[in-house]
Design a protein around this ligand. Structure first.
Ligand code: ADP
Length: 624
């Protein structure tokens, strides 16, 4: 504003100064030319001054110069006539005309200058814009932008296209764009077909292979736009091209790793169910499909309560809301045994562990489900096996019990004989009080017969379940199974067990259940013996023995066998325990001997007992 104001005042000063100077110059020239200028020719000079002022400084200064001219001719005495003389009138008229014409011409001139300046400014701005646009297009890294004429010849080529395709502007402008197509697609007429499609549809977008100058191919994302002028005539095509080879490769890799992850999850034996905050199922693994009998497609979007028994399903929504509101974890990260519901409505036990995660900003819960049906069945089988072993123990005790019971039966039978003989005697004597005594004698005999019957019944129960059955067994498996039962509470009792089974001699010919009973007896005895010991180490070992036997040893770090019973250790009813029957080791001996082996004990010099027994090797006859 200030600069503009200054230039306006400068122009005013210049204009009016010019008016005065022009008049002064006219007066001087007139004086110089005085001898040659006749009469009132001086007005001619002043007329030029007015014209010059009007042309260079505009109407205002020109008016001033006209007035100043009149004043000058008067002051210089060249015009003594009165002011209304026709000469002055002509001068004023001519000056007025000059002022008007020069003013008009000048304003036209100024306008012309102004519009020229404006055009220059616009052209400069257009140049700058074009330059910026070029920079922008050239700088669009990864995007090649170029133009084609209606026939497909390159007309405009940018730097990015050069970087992408390898050709420079001089090499490609004017050439057909089929240059960038693989040979076989050119032969198939693809370049022309693409342009025809773009022309028809206005725009074409696709992914296709393109060739660089060096012959290498890349996967390109291509956009072709048909360009028309105002009258709708096709001017050419704009092409934007981008190399997407790596992007597609990365996407494929991502998809492959996602499907890999999916395939891994599909093979995880535990079933997996993913739900969102509202309990809707988002993901259902292949194992879950097998477990629940639903397909993934059936349950996606359903509420997870459809997999729960009615009681739990009613409350589940509340559980989730409570967790979200309070953050309190009742099952998350803990894991629990609960019941689940199959598609057919049947319930089954599961172990459920729930994990929580934020995925894409949303909270999801993942349930890992392990079917406990089999585990419970296995536990049931173990219990059965245990009872079988107990039964086997009873059978094996038969031998020992037979002699014991024979002794026990002897008593009531002798008593019965005595009573019968007494009653017989009384019948012969026929005394007065005999009848009472006969009755008491018969009662006594009856009682004893019942007792004997009870003993026989018990014996029958012992032997009721069959004979010994010898089979070829793997000693490793046999020891393994027996120790699972025997060591059930070993950890609580602080007992450590170690196994040194010789894998070279594994096969034995035994009644498996009976030998397991022996092992269990020996291991339980050892564990009981170590109850008060500082070191509690139980060792079960096996090694080859002479004569085609395997020797199995159960050793402990207890106090050793008490000397008073050591001698008759394997006889029945030999026990140091207040609740012991003293039958275990005698049963063991019966079994081991029935299986063709022998059993013995040795005290360990460092303390503790070592029980050995031998078993018949089967690997000679039947190799592994
Ligand atoms: P019970 O265990 O009912 O007493 P057993 O015949 O199994 O009958 O054992 C007889 C006795 O042998 C036991 O009372 C115990 O005194 C002794 N005994 C058995 N095994 C060991 C052992 N490993 N260490 C010390 N004493 C043992």
């Amino acid at each position: 504003m200030k600069a503009e104001g200054k230039s306006i005042s400068d122009r005013i000063w210049f204009g009016y100064g010019l008016a005065i100077v022009a008049v002064a110059v006219a007066a001087l020239v007139r004086l110089a030319f005085d001898p040659w200028v006749p009469g009132r020719g001086y007005f001619l000079f002043f007329g030029v001054a007015v014209l010059a002022t009007g042309a260079f400084a505009g109407r205002g200064p020109a008016l001033l110069s006209a007035v100043a001219s009149i004043a000058a001719v008067r002051a210089l005495g060249w015009f003594p006539e009165p002011l209304w003389s026709p000469v002055l009138f002509v001068f004023v008229l001519a000056s007025g005309l000059t002022i008007w014409v020069t003013g008009h011409v000048r304003s036209l001139y100024l306008k012309a200058i102004e519009s020229e300046q404006r055009a220059e400014l616009r052209a400069a701005r257009a140049d700058q814009l074009a330059e910026e646009l070029n920079l922008l297009i050239d700088g669009a890294s990864g995007y090649g932008i170029y133009m084609l004429d209606p026939d497909g010849n390159v007309t405009i080529w940018n730097k990015a296209a050069e970087r992408l395709l390898g050709w420079n502007e001089a090499e490609v402008v004017g050439r057909h764009y089929g240059l960038f197509f693989p040979e076989e697609t050119v032969a198939a007429g693809r370049p022309q077909l693409d342009l025809a499609r773009a022309r028809k549809e206005g725009r074409l977008e696709k992914e296709d292979w393109r060739v660089r100058k060096n012959g290498s191919e890349f996967l390109a994302h291509i956009t072709v736009t048909a360009l028309h002028d105002k009258r709708g005539k096709l001017k050419g095509f704009g092409k934007v091209i981008r190399d997407v080879t790596e992007q597609r490769a990365a996407e494929q890799k991502l998809a492959a790793s996602a499907s890999h992850l999916r395939s891994i999850l599909a093979t995880v034996p535990d079933a997996m169910v993913v739900i969102n905050e509202t309990g809707k199922i988002l993901w259902f693994s292949a194992a879950a499909e097998r477990l629940f009998g639903f397909t993934e497609a059936e349950v996606i979007g359903l509420d997870v309560s459809c997999l729960m028994p009615p009681h739990d399903s009613e409350r589940h929504g509340d559980y989730i809301r409570h967790h979200i509101a309070t953050g309190e974890k009742r099952i998350i990260g803990i894991g629990r045994t609960v019941n689940a519901r199959r598609r057919d409505g049947s319930l089954f036990p599961i172990e459920l562990a729930v994990g929580e995660a934020i995925s894409d900003g949303a909270r999801v819960f993942t349930g890992f489900i392990r079917d406990l049906t089999e585990k419970q069945a296995a536990e049931h089988r173990v219990n059965e096996l245990r009872s079988e072993l107990v039964h086997a123990g009873r059978v094996s005790v038969m031998g020992t019990m037979a002699s014991t019971l024979a002794h026990e039966l002897n008593q009531p039978i002798t008593a019965v004989a005595t009573f019968v003989r007494g009653v017989q005697k009384l019948l012969h004597e026929e005394g007065a009080g005999n009848r009472d005594m006969i009755e008491r004698g018969l009662d006594g005999a009856y009682e004893e017969v019942l007792r004997a019957g009870g003993i026989i019944r018990r014996l029958r129960e012992f032997v009721a379940r069959g004979d010994m059955e010898k089979t070829v067994e793997d000693l490793v498996t046999l020891v393994d199974e027996a120790s699972k039962l025997a060591l059930i509470d070993a950890r609580e009792k602080g007992i450590r067990a170690q196994f040194e089974v010789d894998r070279a001699v594994r096969l034995v010919l035994v009644d498996k259940i009976q030998i397991q009973q022996v092992l269990i007896n020996l291991m339980r005895n050892a564990m009981e013996a170590m109850g008060q010991s500082a070191v509690r180490l139980l060792t079960v070992s096996s090694k080859s023995d002479e004569g085609g036997y395997v020797r199995v040893t159960v050793a402990d770090t207890g106090p050793g066998v008490a000397p008073e019973i050591a001698e008759n250790l394997f006889r029945a009813f030999n026990s140091t325990k207040c609740d012991g029957l003293g039958l275990g080791l005698s049963i063991c001996r019966t079994i081991v001997e029935a299986n063709g082996g022998r059993i013995w004990m040795e005290q360990r010099p460092e303390g503790g007992a070592r029980f050995h027994f031998t078993l018949v090797r089967a690997d000679r006859e039947m190799p592994e």
